[in-house]
Design a protein around this ligand. Sequence first.
Ligand code: SF4
Length: 432
Amino acid sequence: MNQYDSWQLARQLKAKGFKQVPFGAPADVVIVNSCAVTHVAEAKSRKMLSRARRVNPKGFVVFTGCTAELLLRRGVNLEHADLIVSNKEKHLLVEQICELVCERDFSALPEENLLPYSQPFQEEHDDGVHERIRAFLKVQEGCDKFCTFCIVPFTRGEPRSKPLSQVLEEAEELVYEFGFPEIVLTGVCLTLWGREFGLRLENLLERLHEIEGLKRIRLSSLDPRDIDEGLIRTCAELPKVCHHFHISLQSGDDEILRAMGRNHNCEQFRKIVEAFRNAIPDVAFTTDIMVGFPGETETHFENTVRFVQEIGFTRLHVFRYSPRPGTKAAELTNTVPSEVADERAQRLIELSKELWRKFAERFIGTKQVILVERCLEARENGSDVKFVVSGLTGNYLRVNCRAYEPIHPGTLLTVKFVEIEPERGEVLGDLG
Ligand code: SF4
């Protein structure tokens, strides 16, 4: 969600004549688009803000996103920010920046603080794949499900959907103007898309599927409460829809699911997975699991481990519970010691690797289609191999293979699975 929001902000600012530089490079304006989904995310966001100020002591620093929203509500002042913008006001951000920045006298800034930047910087590597191959398209905002641990309904507000015509227009722009072959549909609660128009996510998929230049459609996180036969059937029938579904589980124990206010149980989840598997045999499932929710005993956790194994997810996103002030769960006192939560998280991370290996192994010797993301020159002395191609299958397996000719990123390419590299979470393929 934040990647999409940041991308939009960057686009709008570029249209106003700004030039984008990597985070950490001297800049006239720095925007920190914060997250607050866990207390770690909140702490990182605040740390980013102080880094932004450190790197640009005299630049104009803007803080927005969910942590900004929370801090504004709590009345906390942030010394490093020149401007704090709530999520509700984010759409005004570009105009505000333009007004405020134009009023500011940048001639007083030291030379290196002006664009183009000249200082070296060391920052996280961004391979920019989402900038070339995979575009995020936010179609929905907000959530009203109020899971007891979650701060998102407070920071992102009521659910609302982007109208169908606007989504289609933006999708066509991404495909035909920017050249993206793949679109990832995102939303705070994607499965709520269209509710206010009497439409459903499958209606959107059908219309997007008609965009000729679009090669793949991926869905981001799905809420099991909203998945039904209709959505599963549509995903199976539309060849551009990737066979990878991230369905948020959180816990594999019914008692903990109830305490989380999730309004689904393991049996319902199992049925969804079965229905998907019947319709799409090579389907891959990933999920989010939260460990250390208040009251989670060893028995509850063991139930989660068993359920995760039974479902056979290909990857787990493991989170340690952290109380988010203002949520129901934050009032619970039966907390789990952090070392216990850490140990449970570690177990699940190991299990995740094992499950990935099992899933990937199934495809060894078979031919699969990848969407090429990059093609780099290979340095193999005495061999004809000149390039290494890397891409993802529809069911989200990363495949690398050698090539004798350059292959253009964005190409759909059939490769044979030769072996898997579990430590890297990658597959070695062959073009032969
Ligand atoms: S469905 Fe639950 S976890 Fe997801 S955003 Fe809504 S409240 Fe948060």
